[in-house]
Write a protein that binds this ligand. Structure first.
Ligand SMILES: [Zn+2]
Length: 185
């Protein structure tokens, strides 16, 4: 994936994120940076609820909001709380590969049958549930979604540093997502 920036040394971290909580997150997770000790959270992490991801970070370092596809559109009050009350100044939005919120429609049958068999729902209720919510939670493509969501968060919280990241479940590493600087990319 050409849009991913591999982080194998601190020099790979983009200058705007170096020595910020976002840079530290990358160093903790990818580079085994020695854990700092924190009494207050410095970072808000938005990530998917998917079970295949585990972040290597110190205690108290970050607030974490987990939602399908790292979609924070329906968690705005929690984002505001982390900023306004907890004093967090940076957001790392972390998408991941093999995300179930990509091409949700392909899993409609599985979703409906699962609700019927596992949860005891009626067919019609399960279908309506899917049809109502799937469009809200579909993210299309994980990289594009994270980039658009990062743009939205920057507009909404102009003084907050927001970074787009991707977690590859294939190697359990974090990557920065390259943002296009001009046209044609
Ligand atoms: Zn996911």
């Amino acid at each position: 994936m050409h849009r991913l920036l591999t982080i194998t040394s601190a020099r790979d971290i983009l200058p705007q994120y170096r020595e910020t909580p976002i840079g530290h997150l990358l160093e903790y997770h990818n580079l085994e940076r020695r854990f700092g000790s924190y009494t207050n959270a410095e970072l808000l992490i938005g990530m998917c609820m998917d079970n295949r991801k585990h972040l290597h970070i110190p205690d108290n370092f970050a607030y974490i909001i987990r939602a399908g596809g790292a979609n924070l559109r329906y968690s705005e009050f929690k984002v505001s709380y982390a900023i306004a009350v907890a004093g967090v100044r940076c957001i790392a939005l972390i998408g991941h590969t093999q995300c179930g919120m990509v091409n949700l429609i392909a899993r409609k049958d599985q979703f409906v049958q699962g609700l019927i068999k596992t949860a005891g729902w009626q067919q019609q209720a399960a279908e309506e549930h899917f049809s109502h919510f799937a469009p809200m939670f579909e993210i299309g493509n994980e990289v594009d979604f994270i980039l658009s969501e990062v743009k939205r968060l920057r507009l909404r919280y102009p003084k907050i540093l927001v970074a787009p990241l991707l977690y590859r479940v294939e190697d359990n590493r974090l990557y920065l997502i390259r943002e296009s600087t001009g046209s044609g990319s």
